[in-house]
Design a protein around this ligand. Structure first.
Ligand code: LLP
Length: 440
């Protein structure tokens, strides 16, 4: 959990920095990323797999949760690899790793490229980096086998399959059920194995599946481990050089008091043991076990700070207080009905004297960050924080209503460093073109 304390002025401090002071210095809305929390989560993942899995393991960061140079750099320093799903995430990751001084071989080994509709250009970029490409479907397999034949070097691939495992999470973030847009249907796998066995340019290193996100049960990943090992054993009989098994990500985090996910260690242990047991059962060597968490690495490590503006009282119904951001910096409430916790960072010791609904500033009624929460009586200028905003907030942020994306700072031991600049009006116009004929 966050390295947060309440200081003697009753202000929230994260990573040794007062949130109030951070907002004064960097303005608002502001993403505040606690370096210690992120590093600890990464360490827990690595240690848990090392402790509970008898074979080699690699944790890779699902960079879709928050991809930027600083976050990639921290994950890299903690020994994580990377799941990227677009040319842009690949570019960001490779840029950060190069700046850290990684050589080409290390970069190639640590990056896995996902996606259900990678463009030919993206595939070529992945081949140029020589990372592993997680093949999602037949069209991609055929395209890749042509590109690989032309490139001269064998291309490393893994196969994504749809394991047919249901889990309890929001409809939009389930991916393992059979009616999913991702991955090969298990019925196709033997045909795929046969095809790949005849493609010397494709080096099939393993199998992958991801069943969904914000999952609180352990059973689905245990089941997944078994299903994957079963197919792994089958793939070996086709002579494929399989040696890696990727169980995806998906561990949920606490957004509110009622959320009760397993710990990173409990989750990793359950998954690791089920894979190891299935390997023993099928008498196959332990593959390198890969997990690719996103949310549970970065989610709890960040809060978003806003300035409170005006209030609207609808008598006998509701009191709204408005903040200076909203669905553009956190689209999760409007997209998935996600619920968050809030606090007034400059008045942490004040009594929770009213129930309010926190509204964003966008021109849309649904732009509500949190409904009916207890807070001290908020006044204009107070600083409101929403917690656990590290995952899928900045990465899904937009410029709706032409708001610039917020700045982000990294805090640690009383030091704050800018990691993302606030977008300015000039930034907003940077991609705009005004054709000459509109001016005449
Ligand atoms: N691997 C694959 C192939 C994925 O598709 C995902 C997430 C992950 C790993 C990481 O899953 P995590 O550990 O973060 O649960 N925007 C949604 C979440 C979408 C998740 C997409 N895939 C949200 O804000 O809840």
């Amino acid at each position: 959990p966050l390295t947060a304390v309440i200081n003697k002025n009753g202000e929230l401090e994260i990573g040794g920095c007062s949130v109030t002071a951070l907002v004064e210095q960097f303005s608002s809305p502001l993403y505040i990323l606690d370096e210690t929390t992120l590093r600890q989560a990464a360490q827990q993942y690595r240690q848990s797999f090392q402790t509970h899995y008898p074979g080699p393991s690699q944790v890779i960061y699902a960079s879709k949760a928050w991809s930027c140079l600083a976050v990639v750099a921290i994950a890299a320093q903690e020994g994580l690899g990377f799941d990227v799903v677009s040319g842009g995430e690949l570019f960001t990751t490779v840029s950060a790793l190069k700046q850290l001084g990684w050589d080409e071989a290390e970069i190639a080994e640590k990056i896995y490229f996902h996606g259900n509709n990678k463009s030919v250009q993206e595939l070529q970029e992945a081949i140029a980096v020589n990372c592993t490409i997680i093949v999602d479907n037949w069209l991609e397999l055929e395209t890749l086998s042509k590109l690989a034949a032309n490139s001269g070097e064998p291309v490393k691939i893994m196969l994504r399959l749809t394991p047919g495992i249901e889990c309890h999470t929001h409809e939009y973030i389930k991916t393992g059920h059979l009616d999913s847009k991702f991955g090969f249907d298990p019925n196709q796998l033997e045909a795929v194995f046969t095809y790949i066995a005849e493609q010397p340019a494709l080096h099939c290193l393993g199998l992958h599946a991801h069943i969904g996100s914000q999952i609180f049960e352990r059973q689905p990943h245990q089941d997944l481990g078994e299903v994957l090992v079963q197919w792994f054993a089958k793939g070996l009989t086709y002579g494929l050089p399989l040696k890696e098994l990727n169980i995806g990500g998906g561990l949920g985090i606490c957004y509110t008091e009622s959320d009760d996910p397993p710990s990173i260690e409990e989750w990793a242990q359950a998954a690791a043991l089920s894979v190891a047991k299935a390997c023993d059962h099928h008498n196959v060597p332990y593959p390198k076990l890969i997990a690719e968490p996103g949310r549970s690495l970065v989610g709890s490590a960040c809060v978003t700070a806003y300035r409170v503006g005006g209030r609207k009282v609808v008598p006998n119904i509701r009191t709204y207080i408005a903040v200076d951001g909203g669905m553009s910096d956190n689209p999760r409430p409007i997209t998935y009905q996600s619920v968050y916790r809030v606090a007034l960072a400059n008045r942490m010791n004040d009594e929770l004297s009213e129930t309010v609904t926190v509204a964003g500033k966008h021109c849309e009624s649904g732009d509500i960050l949190v409904k009916d929460v207890a807070l001290p009586a908020a006044e204009p200028g107070d600083i409101l924080v929403v917690t656990a905003t590290g995952a899928y907030n900045y990465s899904m942020a937009s410029n709706y209503n032409r708001l610039g994306r917020p700045a982000a700072v990294l805090v640690s031991q009383g030091e704050a460093n800018l990691i993302l600049q606030r977008e300015t009006y000039t930034d907003l116009l940077r991609q705009d073109c005004l054709p000459n004929r509109l001016l005449s």
